[in-house]
Design a protein around this ligand. Structure first.
Ligand code: PEP
Ligand code: MG
Length: 556
C-alpha cells in the first residue's frame, strides 16, 4: 500500500529502487548456557557460518581484485584460523551457543592482537569485521556495514559516518534515506558528492522493510513507499526532464549582469575528480583530506601516499584554484591515533587545527607532501585550516605553512562564531577565509549536526547564520581578500544567490549541485541578489528568510 513519509531533502533528484538497510553494529549475543547435548549442533552451526563468511569474503575479493582482494583474502584466513576455531569449539563444549562462542573466542584473540605491536594491532578492525559477519549470520540479522548487493538500491540507515561509507560502491547506490542527520550531516555531504538524491531526518526510516520499493525526492524530502507503477513512471519522466534542462547549463558562475562567482567543487579525493570536471567545476574549493586518513585510523598515511593523491587532484585542475584543507580529525571524524578517546564533548574538544597543533608532525608531513605535489605545476594552490578560533590559531597555521616551504596562499576556515566576528583580525595572518557553514551553524545554534531532531537549527537559512556570513564577507572585502563558502549552504540554489548578495566571492559544493546553482545565479543581477540577502536577513527565522528571498527574486 502506497504511503508517504516526509523528512528533509538534502540532495536534489529522484531515486526509485528497493530499500537496503545499512547493517547496524552487531549486538552482543546473550550468554545463556546451552545443554551439553546441543553442543555438536552448535559446533556445526559455528563451522558452517565461518565457512560461509570465508567463502563470501573470497568471492568478493575475486570481484574486487587488486589490493582489496589481498585484504579480503587475509580476512578469510583469519576467519578459518585453526586455533581460533579450536577455541570456539572448546567454549561451545562448556555451554556457549555458537554465536557466543564465536564472540568470546574472537574477543580473546583480539586482545592478543591488540597487545602485539603496531602491525598486528592495525588488524584488529579487520578481525572485528570478520567476527561481526559471522555473528550476524548466526543471529540472522543483516550484515553490519554496507549492504552486500549486486543490484542498485536505495540505502536506508540510522545515520551514516564517513567510515561506514568508505566501502560503498557508488554505482549501486541510487539514493540515501536516514533517520538521523541534518542538512549538514555526512550523509548529506556524501550524497551530494555522489550526485544521488537524499532525504535525512526521516522518522521511521529504519522501519521500512528491506526490499520495499521507494521513490525518494531529494528536493521536497518526500519518500513514497511502494508507489504505483504509473506514479513511478511520472516521477522518472519529471526527473529526466529536469536533468536534461540542467545538463544544458555550462560555463563559469556569474549573475545575469556578469558578476563572477566562481563555482568550485567539494571533493574527498581523486575519485571525485571525473564528476567535478564533468560538472564544469572551476576548481576545487574544499578538498577534505581526512578521507585519505580514514582507510586506517591507526596511523597517518605515508607522505608518498598523500603526495600521489594530492598530485592527481592538482593535475586535474591545471591553472585553476585548488583549496586543500588540512586534516580535520576529531568529533564526527575521529582517528584512533589522534583523537582523545575520553573527551566529554568531542565537538567542543580537540579537533581540526587544535589536533594538528598538538601533533605538529602530522601537519608538517601533510604540508610537505602538498609542497612536493605542487612542484612544477601551474596550479593556484591554496591551503586552509579547519576550526580556526582566533588570530593566534591563524598565525600558528601560517607559520607551519611557511616552515614547510609551501608556495601557496594560506587561509582559515570560519566555522566558529568567534572567527566570523573577528574575521578582520584573522585576515591579518592569512590571505583568505572560507566559511564552513555546517560547523558554523552547529556552533552558532549549539545544535549537533548529527542530530536529525535539530534540523531546524542547522538550516543554513537561519538569519543569525546569514549575519555571521555577512560580517565575514564584509571584513574580507574591506581588506581586498576573498571569502568563499564551502559548507553545504552553497549547494542550495536560492541561498547561493543570497550568499552572492552578501558579498561571498566563491561557492564550493558537492559537484552534483553545480548545475543547479549555476542556473539559479544566471537568472538574477547582483543588485537583485543583494536585495534578496537584505530581505532574508530581516526575517526572524529560516523559513521566513527563505520565503522573503524567494519573494524578492521571483517578484522582480
Ligand atoms: C563545514 O563545517 O561547513 C565544512 C565545510 O567542513 P566539514 O563539513 O567537513 O566539517
Ligand atoms: Mg567543518
Amino acid at each position: 500500500m502506497e504511503a508517504m513519509l516526509r523528512g528533509v531533502g538534502v540532495s536534489h533528484g529522484v531515486a526509485i529502487g528497493p530499500v537496503r538497510h545499512m547493517g547496524t553494529a552487531v549486538l552482543e549475543p546473550p550468554a545463556t548456557q546451552i545443554p551439553s547435548d546441543e553442543a555438536p549442533h552448535e559446533q556445526a552451526r559455528a563451522q558452517a557460518a565461518v565457512d560461509a563468511v570465508a567463502a563470501d569474503l573470497i568471492a568478493r575479493g575475486n570481484l574486487a581484485g587488486g589490493e582489496a582482494q589481498a585484504v579480503l583474502e587475509a580476512q578469510a584466513l583469519m576467519a578459518q584460523d585453526p586455533e581460533l576455531m579450536a577455541d570456539v569449539s572448546r567454549r561451545i563444549t562448556v555451554g556457549s551457543s555458537a554465536e557466543r562462542g564465536i564472540y568470546d573466542a574472537f574477543a580473546a584473540y583480539r586482545a592478543l592482537l591488540a597487545a602485539a605491536g603496531d602491525y598486528l594491532a592495525g588488524r584488529v578492525a579487520d578481525l572485528d569485521d570478520v567476527r561481526n559477519r559471522i555473528v550476524a549470520r548466526l543471529l540472522g540479522v543483516p550484515m553490519p556495514g554496507v549492504p552486500d548487493s549486486d543490484e542498485p538500491y536505495v540505502l536506508f540507515a540510522h545515520d551514516l559516518a564517513p567510515a561506514d561509507t568508505a566501502l560503498l560502491d557508488p554505482t549501486l547506490v541510487l539514493g540515501f534515506v536516514t533517520e538521523e542527520g541534518g542538512p549538514t550531516s555526512h550523509s548529506a555531504i556524501l550524497a551530494r558528492a555522489l550526485g544521488v538524491p537524499a532525504v535525512v531526518a526521516l522518522p521511521g526510516a529504519t522501519e521500512v522493510a528491506e526490499g520495499t520499493v521507494v521513490a525518494v525526492d531529494g528536493s521536497s524530502g518526500e519518500v513514497l513507499v511502494d508507489p504505483a507503477q504509473e506514479k513511478q513512471e511520472e516521477l522518472r519522466q519529471k526527473a529526466a526532464e529536469r536533468r536534461a534542462a540542467l545538463a544544458a547549463s555550462s560555463g563559469p558562475g556569474r549573475t545575469s549582469d556578469g558578476h563572477r562567482v566562481p563555482l568550485l567543487a567539494n571533493i574527498g579525493g581523486p575519485a571525485d575528480l571525473p564528476a567535478a570536471l564533468a560538472a564544469g567545476a572551476e576548481g576545487v574549493g574544499l578538498f577534505r583530506t581526512e578521507f585519505l586518513f580514514l582507510d586506517d585510523s591507526a596511523q597517518a598515511p605515508s607522505e608518498e601516499k598523500q603526495y600521489e593523491a594530492y598530485r592527481k587532484v592538482l593535475e586535474a585542475f591545471p591553472e585553476s584554484r585548488v583549496v586543500v584543507r588540512v586534516l580535520d580529525a576529531g568529533a564526527d571524524k575521529p582517528l584512533d591515533f589522534l583523537t582523545p578517546a575520553d573527551e566529554p564533548n568531542p565537538a567542543l574538544g580537540v579537533r581540526g587545527l587544535r589536533t594538528l597543533l598538538e601533533h605538529p608532525e602530522v601537519l608538517s608531513g601533510q604540508l610537505r607532501a602538498l609542497a612536493k605535489a605542487a612542484e612544477g605545476l601551474p596550479v593556484h594552490l591554496e591551503v586552509m585550516a579547519p576550526m580556526v578560533a582566533d588570530r593566534q590559531d591563524a598565525r600558528a597555521f601560517a607559520e607551519a605553512c611557511r616552515e614547510a616551504g609551501l608556495q601557496a596562499k594560506f587561509g582559515a576556515m570560519v566555522e566558529i562564531p568567534s572567527a566570523a566576528l573577528r574575521a578582520r583580525s584573522i585576515l591579518q595572518e592569512v590571505e583568505f577565509v572560507s566559511l564552513g557553514t555546517n560547523d558554523l551553524a552547529q556552533y552558532t545554534f549549539a545544535a549537533d549536526r548529527q542530530v536529525g531532531a535539530l534540523a531546524r537549527l542547522q538550516d543554513p537559512w537561519q538569519p543569525a547564520l546569514l549575519d555571521l556570513i555577512a560580517v565575514s564577507a564584509e571584513a574580507a572585502q574591506a581588506l581586498g581578500k576573498s571569502c568563499g563558502v564551502c559548507g553545504e549552504a552553497a549547494s542550495d540554489p536560492l541561498l547561493a544567490c543570497v550568499l552572492a548578495g552578501l558579498g561571498v566571492t566563491s561557492l564550493s559544493m558537492g559537484t552534483a549541485s553545480i548545475p543547479y546553482v549555476r542556473t539559479a545565479l544566471a537568472k538574477y543581477t547582483l543588485a537583485q541578489c543583494r536585495r534578496a540577502a537584505a530581505a532574508a536577513r530581516a526575517a526572524d527565522n529560516a523559513a521566513d528568510a527563505r520565503a522573503a528571498a524567494h519573494q524578492v527574486l521571483s517578484g522582480e
